[in-house]
Design a protein around this ligand. Structure first.
Ligand SMILES: O=c1ccn([C@@H]2O[C@H](COP(=O)(O)O)[C@@H](O)[C@H]2O)c(=O)[nH]1
Length: 274
């Protein structure tokens, strides 16, 4: 089944929430685990127990695993494998991007179903040129996977680049969204190519209807609210995946408390907004 179909089915089954697995040093300490590989391993195991098959999407943040070197990456690899095929789709947040030939290697590493680190979807950066993303798109098509392209990110520094005008008068973000729209055109129920659009961007004149999923970080710890979601995504709410990491993880380490926190998040999103 295509990533677009799987994403919509998961949202229908569980709600639109995505939980980020971001083992911040502070969270490892707060959970009483210690900022060590052993702590990381126990943190990740608790997240798998709490979220696998309980939420539509889980988004491990690669950076927090990579900082422990090879042993941290091994924990990430196990975490992804344990989460996959549980009903929850794994979006690996690694924001990869490079010249085409290297992008092809990244695409194999993260989207080829036979690769040790294969996820259901990955985040990528288009700032080496949208065309360099072609290997990711091809790998997504071959493996029924998804790709989320940074478009309007949640950080305050983003407008300097993403609101800049291109030679055709579009903004950089608008041009990325337009190219995603073209690539997803005609695909039912929606295409596999998504955009990352933050819950913190205020209002945007850009057309967010790309016939593909929108991954929306910035809700919760970064200040994004239900009102922001309504204002920014009112017209495209069926395709919105709301992602939060610290907003849920701060309820840990108790597995039941983590599950309750996700349930509350989904209830809030479904009841008040989506
Ligand atoms: O525009 C973006 C793209 C990605 N992120 C990532 O999402 C989480 C946010 O964590 P919170 O604790 O919910 O703030 C983190 O992994 C970021 O790298 C983003 O925030 N904004």
């Amino acid at each position: 089944m295509s990533f677009g179909s799987r994403a919509l089915a998961a949202m229908q089954a569980y709600g639109p929430a995505c939980v980020g697995i971001d083992p911040h040093p502070e969270l490892l300490e707060e959970w009483g685990l210690g900022d060590t590989v052993d702590g990381l391993e126990r943190f990740a195991a608790a997240c798998v127990e709490a979220f696998a098959g309980q939420v539509a999407f889980v988004k491990p943040q690669s950076a927090f695993f990579e900082r422990f070197g090879a042993r941290g990456v091994a924990v990430l690899e196990r975490t992804i494998a344990d989460l996959r095929h549980t009903g929850s789709l794994v979006i690996l947040d690694a924001k990869r991007g490079d010249i085409g030939s290297t992008a092809a290697a990244y695409a194999t590493a993260y989207l080829d179903d036979d690769a040790p680190m294969a996820a259901d979807a990955i985040t990528v950066s288009p700032y080496l040129g949208f065309g360099t993303l072609a290997p990711f798109f091809a790998a997504a098509e071959q493996n029924d996977a998804g790709v989320f392209v940074l478009a309007l990110t949640s950080n305050p520094e983003a407008p300097q680049v993403q609101h800049a005008l291109t030679g055709t008068g579009d903004t950089v973000a608008g041009s990325i969204l337009a190219q995603l729209r073209a690539a997803n055109a005609g695909i039912e129920p929606m295409g596999p190519l998504g955009a990352v659009v933050g819950a913190t961007i205020g209002q945007t004149p850009e057309d967010l209807d790309i016939n593909g999923p929108l991954l929306v970080p910035g809700y919760g710890a970064q200040g994004g609210t239900l009102a922001d979601l309504g204002r920014i995504f009112g017209d495209v709410r069926e395709s919105v995946i709301v992602s939060t990491s610290r907003g849920v993880l701060s309820a840990g380490p108790d597995v039941a408390a983590l599950r309750e926190s996700v349930q509350r998040l989904n209830d809030d999103l479904v009841g008040s907004w989506s």
